[in-house]
Design a protein around this ligand. Sequence first.
Ligand code: FPP
Length: 245
Amino acid sequence: MDQKENLPQFSVLPRHVGIIMDGNGRWAQKRGLPRYKGHIEGARTFRKIGEFAGNLGIECLTFYAFSTENWKRPPEEVAAIMDLFREYLRELDDRKAENEEKGIKVNFIGDRTGIPKDILRMMGYSERITRKKDHVILNIAINYGGRQEILHSVQTLAKQVEKGKLKAKDITEDMISENLYTGGLPDPDLIIRPSGEYRLSNFLLWQSAYSEFWYSDILWPDFTEADFVEALRDFERRNRRFGGV
Ligand code: FPP
């Protein structure tokens, strides 16, 4: 399915797809494995679906990799996830020529405080070397929380009010959007959550006001290209009214 000539065609594609990569822990537990093994498989699925979505022509993808609440997990699980980020960031560097050809821009969204320094350095490097690209925008949410993001945006605007550069009554929705970590990007048209949970879990709260949702019982490590196509086929049939008739 990853061969470009065999790709399915769609009458309408979402411009921006958000994915909550859930179910890694249960996938591992079902097999009697430690939870981190589920994250290793989840990271493989992330690479596979990211590549497939890019080949289909989806402009922007946002993967929820680590939330502001995930620090509460056992330290060995957090460390294992951080190691997966390191591995992926090294891979981005190794594959920079290939990614450049594909026009991939990598963006990390979330609060940068608390992230290990070596990871922060590699994140900054990947962003710098891909910043001029715009064929596929790959957002990876790390230490991300939707409420924290809105707070950050509002505080940025409040500082301008304090300095007398902006009046509180002149603050617009667009200004709040622009000052989110996703500023300048389209809102997600489709949000996918596997693993049988029907929650947003603090993901893209502001941006998802008019997003279509697609849920499934499949655990993220088992999620395939065919499942992604099914979500897109479902999206194709949705009648989006944005509050109109
Ligand atoms: C949620 O499943 C998943 C996470 C909190 C971590 C997701 C991280 C990855 C897939 C690795 C990402 C790697 C890269 C390179 C971006 P869960 O553990 O909450 O599953 P459960 O609900 O079954 O316990």
